[in-house]
Design a protein around this ligand. Structure first.
Ligand code: NAD
Ligand code: WQD
Length: 336
């Protein structure tokens, strides 16, 4: 029995694939390489000294999925394939709905035909919406998402809730990731800045001279230093959360959501200070207006994952930034 990882060539997906293989769990990867490189898979194969069954394909290609499920004996699907930029989604809503929602519907339909009953979904802290108070808990009332991206994640969670009611054998687990950063200690896989505009890749681009300064979106938030706060979680801790889910699958019935974050938050200026200390690099910056869709501050209550999955984040913020910087030093141009 194998685990299908959709989006397994991506930033988080590649770390999940490596974590599964380290546990001797058979993995099949499906990825259309729209936002990643095949090289991430090659690097994992080198790290683990094992060939990975990689299928370059789109979750919206029914024939590809039907074929995959007829050949491979899949026990569960870890579904990471998605477009993931909040900002981009605001101007490309239909593309996000098509890719993230229609793609997932098709995946779920083909899973049902193939009688695959275990679905682990990459959800997001952004579904809690603008009015939620931190720390976010899984049973909070979701008050309304603020972007097509976060709406796409919420809608899929609603599908999962409904499916688990009408198909008792279906197990749907939503993992609500906060802000994953960092990279595997080998620096062989990491977040390729050519595919993202998140804070840490932008800091790395300033540190490596690719950008002359960092733009800080807003310094007028109601936070101690005026810059926005986020709950950063090491991508390896995040990946290991998926292993904990698989280990606990027999105990989980129906639909369930878990926060995967650190339970702490750091502001943009705090992150810059920690990075400067670790790298010895000065990060010049300029304050600009707040970014549309940004929230001032949010962080996770992770007690549910701790108590039910025995999952604990192992790495602290310095580890995250150190591992991220080592990745960029070794791979200044990502996977190019
Ligand atoms: P990523 O862009 O690195 O990985 C997504 C992968 O999915 C890419 O390899 C891309 O090529 C692939 N993909 C996209 N659309 C596809 C399709 N239609 N068919 C097949 N493959 C497709 O992003 P990531 O940061 O690794 O995020 C992985 C998942 O985690 C996403 O679902 C994202 O929404 C979610 N998430 C990410 C963050 C974050 O901050 N990175 C936070 C919360 C949730
Ligand atoms: C963090 C903070 C920015 C870049 C994103 C997605 C979210 C989720 C996680 C999918 C914010 C500030 C950033 C820069 C800055 N992904 N910033 N200058 O926005 O919290 O969440 O990743 O689920 O959907 O939106 O992460 O890294 O973009 O920003 O000042 O050049 O850093 O304003 O306050 P974010 P981020």
């Amino acid at each position: 029995m194998a685990i299908l990882v959709t989006g397994g060539a991506g930033y988080i997906g590649s770390h999940v694939v490596l974590a599964l293989l380290e546990q001797n769990i058979d993995v099949i990867v499906l990825d259309n390489l729209s936002h990643s490189s095949r090289k991430s898979i090659n690097r994992i194969e080198k790290l683990i000294d094992k060939k990975i069954i990689f299928i370059e394909g789109d979750i919206r290609n029914r024939k590809c999925l039907r074929n995959l499920f007829s050949i491979h004996n899949i026990f569960a699907v870890i579904h990471l394939a998605a477009l993931k930029s909040v900002g981009e989604s605001i101007f490309n809503s239909l593309e996000y709905y098509n890719n993230n929602i229609s793609g997932t519907i098709l995946l779920l339909e083909e899973m049902r035909i193939a009688k695959i009953l275990n679905f682990i979904f990459s959800s997001s802290a952004t579904i809690y919406g603008a009015d939620a108070l931190s720390p976010y808990t899984e049973n909070m009332t979701i008050s309304g998402t603020t972007s097509p991206y976060s709406t796409s994640k919420l809608i899929i969670e609603l599908f999962m809730q409904h499916l688990s009611k009408v198909e008792p054998a279906f197990t749907g687990i939503a993992l609500r990731y906060f802000n994953p950063i960092g990279a595997h200690e080998s620096s062989e896989i990491g977040e390729d800045s050519s595919f993202t505009s998140n804070l840490l890749p932008c800091i790395a681009q300033v540190a490596t001279g690719k950008m002359d300064k960092l733009i800080i979106f807003g310094n007028d938030y109601n936070t101690p230093d005026g810059t926005a706060q986020r709950d950063y979680i090491h991508v390896v801790d995040l990946a290991k959360g998926h292993i904990r889910i698989l280990n606990n699958l027999p105990k989980i019935k129906g639909y369930k959501a878990y926060n995967l974050g650190s339970g702490k938050c750091f502001s943009v200026l705090e992150i810059i200070k920690i990075f400067e200390k670790i790298s010895g690099k000065k990060i010049p910056y300029e304050f600009k207006l707040r970014r549309v869709g940004d929230l001032p501050s949010f962080w996770a209550d992770i007690s549910l994952a701790k108590n039910e999955l025995n999952w604990f984040p192992k790495y602290n913020i310095k580890d995250m930034i150190c591992d991220m910087w080592n990745w960029y030093l070794k791979n200044p141009n990502g996977f190019l």
